[in-house]
Design a protein around this ligand. Structure first.
Ligand SMILES: [Zn+2]
Length: 273
């Protein structure tokens, strides 16, 4: 599944390719996604310039003068800019056509979303899908004090607490395991029982892990390709994720795999407490 680093990789690639460019046409082939693709995009967008390209959590926000196109890549989606305009394949849902190529949304499992938010409806940050999202892990305001404050009284495991997205967005399963290992915190530890100093280490570890993954173009090797169609390589650099039975690079202990809320967690029992 595309996680925050993959979506950020897509965002950066699209920003380089289409920011400041004008949409010439919209081709919708298969409107069935999580919600139907709005039918009037081919009326609203042609002639409009892409004036901003932002990300909130795992949502991509393409800003135009009359409003914002909100995109989510779902479980398996990708948004690729292609200068060579290849013929459309089976799961290609929609193309934004530009003079120099096209941005194509491909989504085999159709959990993605394309929504239009009109400027007149208020700031896009207040959209129901975005309003409840936690703090951005790479933005100002995300630190150990924040994690400590919002975790008080919480009995859920720290792994679940991260995945829930209320405290911080975009720390998915792989990044949660990796960040907890770097911070030396066991994934089963109750969120409310962790002190502020350890949360400071965790916040730093989350930033580092995500920044490295973005640097490498995201994690998922098989399903995910960046905006130029090249897969991510962070998975090759994982310290615990997918490494059950192997030696911990920090202490030499043996990495274990457990299941929490139906998701695999990997940790080192010797240096994560
Ligand atoms: Zn270890």
């Amino acid at each position: 599944m595309p996680e925050l680093p993959e979506v950020e990789t897509v965002r950066r690639g699209l920003e380089a390719a289409i920011l400041g460019r004008r949409v010439r046409g919209v081709v919708t082939r298969a409107p069935a996604l999580r919600w139907p693709i709005p039918r009037d995009l081919d009326r609203i967008l042609p002639g409009r310039e892409v004036v901003s390209l932002d990300r909130r959590g795992k949502y991509l926000l393409l800003g135009f003068e009359p409003g914002t196109l909100i995109l989510h890549l779902g479980m398996s989606g990708n948004l690729v800019f292609r200068a060579d305009r290849p013929p459309a394949g089976r799961h290609d849902h929609v193309d934004l056509v530009f003079d120099h190529g096209l941005a194509r949304l491909n989504d085999p499992r159709r959990f993605g979303a394309v929504l239009w938010h009109e400027r007149g409806a208020g700031p896009v940050e207040a959209h129901p899908l975005l309003a409840g999202l936690g703090v951005e892990p790479l933005a100002e305001g995300f630190d150990g004090a924040h994690l400590h404050r919002v975790s008080r009284g919480r009995r859920v495991s720290v792994k679940q607490f991260l995945l829930a997205g209320e405290a911080v967005v975009g720390v998915g399963n792989i990044y949660a395991s990796e960040s907890l290992h770097r911070a030396g915190i066991r994934p089963t530890r109750a969120a409310g029982a962790i002190g502020v100093a350890r949360y400071e280490r965790l916040a730093a570890a989350i930033r580092e892990t995500l920044a490295e993954a973005i640097e490498m173009g995201g994690t998922t090797l098989r399903d995910f390709a960046g905006p130029d169609g090249v897969g991510g390589y962070f998975q090759l650099a994982c310290r615990v994720y997918g490494r059950e039975g192997l030696a911990c690079g920090r202490c030499g202990g043996t990495i274990r795999r457990i299941v929490q809320q139906q998701r695999a967690s990997y940790f080192c029992p010797d240096c994560q407490r």
